[in-house]
Design a protein around this ligand. Structure first.
Ligand code: ASP
Length: 589
């Protein structure tokens, strides 16, 4: 089909262009057919321009324009004029002009889309939008998210390049070396019964690149984890992956803070003050009940073991005896909560594993609560003082094993922030480092330790001795970067010595044979002069989501999968032919 390519985009024309002959190409966004007069808003990635058909401009074009429907693809040629006052629209950049069309070419017709392509009334279900993602992607807000993502890639690449990092691609077909999650497997055609795995992250490769002397590596890279998906997870996701040699934690923090400073300025036009504040894992858990605390509001938890050290209240006594914790949270101004409201909150904490929720209303003449009679006056006084409670406030207490009690109270803290509307939409973003994570995590079900970060993370050197005697108390040289209650990056200083790595595998209950089979290549490499090294990886999708102010990572991924790992658009995963299975030496049971 013959058509003239555009002279301008649909977002480009201004009053300066009045009188010019122009060609625009784009989609019909809206049309108003007033009979003698047809107005079309023409849309492309750059904006909207009103174009007008009138018999006096061109009879044929005007007649032809009656055929136009939304989402038709057209090319128009005409003259730019000042809009008549009644259609002037200062809200859009092209709103003071329109184009008097002399020639119209319909480049393609379109069926009526299953939902309107605009941002104002998106009532379509997310499933429908994902099925027609290419139409959803025409919406300006989704296009803006893609644009933002693009800018963040560019800023990232420029930044790391300037800092002397080199981008190296690592394989997508690799050996299955589980890092914590389940691998996606790819059957080998050439080697019957053998499988490649898709990388959960390029962790081992980037460490090998350090052994290879690359010194400073980064990569914007796809990672794959076959997990049951939670709200903001995807089976494939993007990391900014970073590794550095001859460094310690401070060097990594410095590089990351530099990137965050630029992103804050370029994307949000905000000056980020560095160094970014730090909290140890222990502090974060104790004060906020989370290893990714949201610091946009205060509500700080207080450990009350001291207050009740000599209590005669049995529940507390039992907890203290079994090395448990009593943690308290003050809900300011909630002293009038009804029994019903308190029951709802009790159910909330019970659902996430609490035995119960202790509450106390603070009154001018004391504490009003079912357990009040079990506490001494001294205890009540200390409790009120420790929490800084005032009449009209409400006190919550939760008891249990340390981390469990903290984390349940942490969830209640977030719930109260939501109920009290403490996170304002324009709240200053809050970044922090969480440091000194435990090296290991005990799993009650399998009765063994797992690496809290991954098995290549170095213990704190002063704790190495404890790896046998008291593994649960070994701290790691691991850190997370947290933005508004979301973990956006995590990393560690690595083990770079094959003996310590072997010791780590042993602590994890991985036999020598298994370690050798799975990680022998890495341990071997460490025997040939591995430099001290460490790194970090950013969850890029989540980071873009936060910078875009969205609440789902699907909104910042061009072709995301649903929460059940399905792509509704191309209907994947899908079955394959018998022939394909045969070639891969597979049979479906
Ligand atoms: N590979 C790690 C991860 O994906 C990040 C790191 O330790 O650098 O979580």
């Amino acid at each position: 089909m013959l058509f003239k390519t555009r002279t301008h985009t649909c977002g480009e024309l201004r009053q300066d262009n009045i009188g010019q002959q122009v060609v625009l190409n784009g989609w019909v966004d809206t049309r108003r057919d007033l009979g003698g007069l047809i107005f079309i808003d023409l849309r492309d990635r750059y904006g909207l321009t009103q174009v007008v058909f009138e018999p006096s401009f061109d009879k044929e074009a005007h007649q032809f324009a009656a055929k136009l429907r939304t989402e038709f693809v057209v090319s128009v040629e005409g003259t730019v004029r000042k809009r008549p006052p009644e259609t002037d629209n200062p809200k859009i950049p092209t709103g003071h002009i329109d184009v008097m069309v002399k020639k119209l070419v319909i480049l393609n017709e379109a069926q009526t889309p299953p939902f309107p392509i605009n941002d104002d009334n998106v009532n379509a279900s997310e499933d429908l939008r994902l099925k027609y993602r290419y139409l959803d992607l025409r919406r300006p807000s989704v296009q803006n998210n893609m644009l933002l993502r693009h800018r963040m890639y560019q800023i990232t690449r420029q930044y790391f390049d300037k800092q002397g990092f080199i981008e190296v691609e690592t394989p997508v077909l690799m050996k299955s070396t589980p890092e914590g999650a389940r691998d996606y497997l790819v059957p080998s055609r050439l080697h019957a019964g053998k499988f490649y795995a898709l990388p959960q992250s390029p962790q081992t490769y980037k460490q090998l690149l350090m052994v290879a002397g690359m010194d400073r590596y980064f990569q914007i890279v796809k990672c794959f984890r076959d997990e049951d998906l939670r709200a903001d997870r995807q089976p494939e996701f993007t990391q900014i992956d970073v590794e550095m040699s001859f460094i310690d934690q401070e060097n990594i923090f410095g590089v990351v803070e530099g990137l965050m400073k630029i992103l804050f300025m370029e994307i949000w036009n905000k000056e980020l003050r560095i160094p970014i504040p730090r909290l140890s894992f222990d502090e974060a858990m104790e004060k906020y009940g989370s290893d990714k605390p949201d610091l946009r509001f205060n509500l700080e938890m207080k450990t009350l073991n001291g207050v009740f050290a000599n209590t005669s209240f049995k529940v507390f006594q039992d907890q203290l005896k079994s090395k448990g914790t009593i943690t308290g949270l003050l809900a300011p101004g909630c002293g009038e909560y009804t029994r019903n409201q308190l029951d709802v909150l009790t159910d909330f904490v019970k659902k996430i594993g609490a035995g119960g929720l202790i509450w106390m209303r603070v009154k001018p003449d004391g504490l009003d609560a079912p357990i009040s009679k079990f506490l001494s006056d001294e205890e009540k006084k200390n409790l009120v003082e420790t929490l800084g409670a005032k009449p009209g406030d409400l006190i919550f207490m939760i008891t249990g094993p340390r981390l469990k009690a903290f984390s349940i109270m942490g969830s209640l803290r977030l719930e109260m922030a939501r109920r009290l509307d403490l996170i304002k939409p324009d709240a200053e973003p809050k970044l922090l480092w969480v440091t000194d994570f435990p090296l290991l995590e005990w799993d009650e079900q399998t009765k063994r330790y797992y690496a809290m970060h991954h098995p290549f993370t170095s213990p704190r050197l002063e704790d190495v001795e404890l790896m046998e005697s008291d593994p649960g108390n070994v701290k790691a040289r691991a850190y997370d970067l947290v933005l508004n209650g979301n973990e956006i990056a995590g990393g560690s200083i690595r083990i770079h010595n094959s003996e310590l790595q072997a010791k780590m595998f042993k602590t994890l209950g991985i036999s020598d044979e298994e370690a050798d089979y799975k990680f022998g290549f890495l341990m071997n490499a460490f025997k040939y002069g591995a430099p001290p090294h460490g790194g970090i990886a950013f969850g890029f999708d989540r980071m873009v989501m936060l910078f875009a102010g969205e609440s789902s990572i699907r909104d910042v991924i061009a072709f995301p999968k649903t929460a059940s790992a399905v792509s509704l658009m191309d209907d994947c995963p899908s079955t394959v032919s018998e022939e394909q299975l045969k070639e891969l030496h597979l049979k479906i049971k």
